[in-house]
Write a protein of this length. Structure first.
Length: 150
C-alpha cells in the first residue's frame, strides 16, 4: 500500500486507557464526542455503526479487540462509491503514559489522496472532541452536525 494513502493521527489523552477504551467502544460514551447514533459490538465480527454527523453513516466490522489496548475495524460510508462500508481499516492503539494515554490511529485502504485528506481532517476534528470529553469537559455541539461530505 502506498505510504501516502495512509492516515496517521496521534494524540495524548489525559485519562487512563480503560476510560479511553470505553469512550471508543460504549455507544453512549461515543455519542459524547461523535455522532448522533451508535451501534457497536466490540468483539471480532461485531458491528461498528456510527451516524457521524446525523447525515453520514459509517459502517464496518470489528476485526480485533484487545480491551484497553487495541481496536481494529473495517470502515466505510453507507451510500459511498469511493469508500463503501468495510473498505478501509482503522487501527487504534492505546499506549499507557504516566499522565494519561497516547492514542495512535492508522487508517489504510482509502482509494486516493483526496479521501486521505478528508479522513485525516475528520479524525483530527473528532480526536480533539474526544480529548475534551476524556478530560471531563463538554466539547459543545458538533459544528459538523448535518455535514454530508465524505
Amino acid at each position: 500500500m502506498p505510504e501516502d494513502l495512509v492516515v496517521r493521527r496521534e494524540t495524548h489523552i489525559p485519562a487512563p486507557q480503560a476510560a479511553v477504551f470505553a469512550l471508543l467502544t460504549d455507544p453512549e460514551k461515543i455519542l459524547r464526542w461523535m455522532g448522533t447514533e451508535a451501534q457497536v459490538e466490540p468483539q471480532p465480527g461485531g458491528l461498528y455503526l456510527v451516524n457521524v454527523t446525523g447525515a453520514h453513516v459509517a459502517r464496518g466490522t470489528f476485526r480485533e479487540v484487545v480491551p484497553v489496548h487495541r481496536l481494529a475495524y473495517s470502515f466505510g460510508w453507507e451510500g459511498s462509491e469511493a469508500v463503501p462500508p468495510g473498505s478501509s481499516l482503522i487501527e487504534i492503539d492505546l499506549i499507557e503514559r504516566p499522565d494519561g494515554t497516547l492514542l495512535r490511529l492508522t487508517q489504510t485502504g482509502l482509494p486516493n489522496a483526496e479521501q486521505c485528506d478528508g479522513h485525516a481532517q475528520g479524525w483530527t476534528h473528532y480526536m480533539e472532541r474526544l480529548v475534551e470529553v476524556a478530560a471531563g469537559r463538554d466539547p459543545g455541539p458538533d459544528p459538523w452536525h448535518g455535514r454530508t461530505g465524505e
